[in-house]
Design a binder for this molecule. Structure first.
Ligand SMILES: Nc1ncnc2c1ncn2[C@@H]1O[C@H](COP(=O)(O)OP(=O)(O)OP(=O)(O)O)[C@@H](O)[C@H]1O
Length: 617
């Protein structure tokens, strides 16, 4: 299944035009779609189908009762002396009234079920979207075409029940037509053929325009994302500061205006030609209908059919034409919806490249030998440059290693490889003698605690912001508080009115904003939440004041005794506390050794250390 979806995804990616064959092929997504809807609520699904079936019989029944009423009225007016049959007439009128009431009540019930099912379905798809996102690789998130797919899939979360009511509506209409057509065929089967011919032009026209509008919307996905982004940057608490200071609003608005105007113009020309052609082609259908109407009227005038027959035929004819037109139009929008569904399934079909092997090696506890980098090389997908190359070194068990190097040297990349956020393109990383890829991915990550320099400031409570280090322990308040003490976050939280329950960030309710250093102390608490064997801090103290930094590292040294740790820092006062220091330059290892060894060597480390030391003199 996944394979099939992938191949069709490629074919639609390759070109924006969608052929008839692809439209029909897209209908193959319907069973999977119905399965999703069924899973949401079997009861609502079945109820909806049953009510629609009953409703399908009502138009034909109403028309037939109408014919009986007219025939009865005519009979009564011809024989004024026979008043005995008025009872029957009133029964007929009551029946028609009953049918009308039934029809509207069923209609309401159906739309109620549609909307309930729609809400449940939207929630379910959103959850599946998040569940699937959690399985994907970091690299996939950094890819623009992936984002386009994600964006198109996200748009499926709402409004996809249009498809549901569309298909149910189609079946309902088809059954209605069956009843009505049977009536028409009794009088003259040619009438049916005439109807088919009359509706075909508008059907073809509509299909053509649906396809063009899908192609336009699909080919504009990146621009639509950019529009969303501009709207966000132009009106968000996170950007307001810089937008004001640098006076960016006109720049952003101009970009938004020109891009949205371009899209509007393309849409407008499509909408205008659609309206023009639509009017012309439906006109043809109307002419066909009135041709047949004239024929029926002439037969009534010449006395070949009764007045009741005339109303029944004219009514059936009008309804069949309307329903058929509806079905054919729905069909084209149905295939369009099915193509949109393809986007959703394409997204679900994306498979992560980084995963656990089928049989996993037990994770060492404790780690005995450590991590060994063997000729490791790595290149980001969208880059021709090697971010790391020919990297060989050992991070011994229990060792404190510092990474030093200029901006862009590859320090963060090295850390991401350790946590298997990426896999090396060349060479391998061993843990206690075996490739990292042989261990269970989740277990590896559980044993590594990383605080990145661009850690996330969750717009949630202060307690949760620490607990994310080990989210299963979020109700373990003593553990959260101990972690906060270790990272100095406790002094920050003590000043908050709501303490650990205080909402952070200004997005929701009475949230408060923290300073950069305060946020960093909170984020640092995450490292202590987790009982990891390797702790990695990527510039963890860049925003801390000198006293806090000193204290953090005093504690860090003690608290991670016996554990391995990696610290990335540009401050040599921090770096010199490590057992060994690894100096990276342009993705390759330049020097490795203790502070004193490297000073003695008088290489790059000694040079950088000297530069910083002189700055303080
Ligand atoms: N997601 C990415 N996609 C493409 N290239 C990337 C990505 N992340 C980093 N790079 C590139 O890889 C190289 C190494 O980046 P890395 O973040 O490892 O550097 P760093 O040593 O941690 O730098 P800094 O001291 O500035 O944090 C840089 O040239 C950077 O431009």
């Amino acid at each position: 299944m996944a394979k099939k979806e992938k191949s069709s995804a490629n074919s639609t990616d390759a070109k924006e035009q969608v052929s008839w064959r692809e439209r029909f092929a897209a209908l193959g997504n319907l069973p999977a779609f119905f399965k999703l809807v069924w899973e949401v609520s079997p009861g609502l699904f079945l109820g909806n189908a049953a009510l629609r079936l009953i409703r399908a019989a009502i138009p034909a029944a109403t028309l037939y009762v109408g014919k009986l009423i007219i025939d009865q009225v005519v009979a009564l007016t011809k024989h004024t002396d026979t008043g005995h049959d008025t009872n029957y007439l009133w029964w007929l009128v009551a029946a028609e009234f009953g049918l009308a009431i039934l029809s509207t009540s069923l209609g309401r019930a159906v739309s109620l079920m549609d909307s309930l099912l729609g809400d449940l379905f939207a929630n379910r798809i959103s959850i599946r979207l998040m569940e699937h996102a959690a399985t994907l690789d970091l690299e996939q998130f950094e890819d623009a075409t992936f984002y386009d797919k994600l964006e198109r899939a996200r748009r499926q979360t709402s409004g996809r029940t249009v498809l549901l009511s569309g298909v149910f509506g189609q079946v309902q209409e088809l059954i209605s037509i069956g009843f009505l057509a049977a009536g028409l065929a009794v009088y003259n089967p040619w009438l049916l053929l005439l109807i088919l011919v009359a509706v075909t032009p508008s059907f073809i026209g509509d299909n053509y325009f649906n396809q063009r509008s899908y192609s336009l919307s699909r080919s504009w996905t990146p621009e639509r994302r950019e529009l969303d982004y501009l709207r966000y940057v132009g009106a968000s608490d996170e950007t307001a500061k810089e937008v004001k200071i640098f006076g960016l609003s006109n720049f952003l608005i101009d970009r938004f205006r020109s891009l949205s105007w371009e899209y509007y113009l393309k849409n407008r020309s499509l909408a205008i030609s659609r309206a023009g052609w639509g009017t012309l082609l439906t006109g043809l259908g109307t002419a066909g209908y009135y041709g047949a109407y004239v024929w029926i009227v002439m037969r009534a005038v010449s006395g070949q059919i009764s007045l009741g027959d005339l109303t029944f035929l004219a009514g059936s004819f009008r309804q069949v034409r309307g329903s058929l037109e509806g079905i054919l139009l729905q069909f084209s929008s149905l295939t369009q919806e099915a193509i949109y569904l393809q986007d959703l399934f394409d997204y679900f079909a994306i498979e992560p490249l980084i995963h656990s092997p089928k049989t996993v090696r037990p994770f060492p506890n404790p780690i005995r030998e450590g991590f060994v980098f063997e000729n490791v090389g790595f290149k980001y997908t969208n880059s021709d440059r090697w971010a790391l190359r020919n990297l060989s070194f050992t991070l011994q068990a229990g060792e404190k290693l510092a990474l030093v190097g200029e901006n862009g040297a590859g320090k963060t990349t090295l850390v991401k490889l350790l946590a298997r956020l990426y896999d090396p393109a060349e060479g391998r990383i061993l843990l206690d003698g075996y490739d990292l890829r042989e261990y269970d991915l989740m277990e590896l990550r559980r044993n590594i605690g990383v605080i990145f320099q661009d850690y996330t400031r969750f717009k949630m409570s202060a307690g949760i912001n620490i607990a994310v280090g080990d989210i299963d322990e979020r109700t373990n308040q003593p553990r959260i508080e101990t972690s906060a003490q270790r990272s100095l976050a406790d002094t920050v939280i003590a000043k908050l009115a709501g303490g650990y329950d205080q909402q952070l960030g200004r997005s929701f309710g009475k949230g408060v904003e923290l300073s950069g250093g305060e946020w960093q102390k909170v984020a640092l608490g995450r490292a202590y939440m987790r009982d990891a064997q390797l702790i990695i801090l990527d510039e963890p103290t860049a925003a801390l004041d000198a006293r806090a930094e000193y204290e953090v590292f005093q504690r860090f040294g003690k608290l991670t005794e016996g554990k391995s740790s990696v610290i990335i820092s540009h401050r040599f006062s921090t770096v010199r506390m490590a057992d060994r220091i690894l100096v990276l330059e342009n993705g390759t290892l330049l020097e490795i050794g203790s502070h004193y060894e490297l000073l003695e060597k008088d290489g790059r480390y000694a040079e950088l250390f000297g530069l910083q030391a002189r700055g303080y003199q």
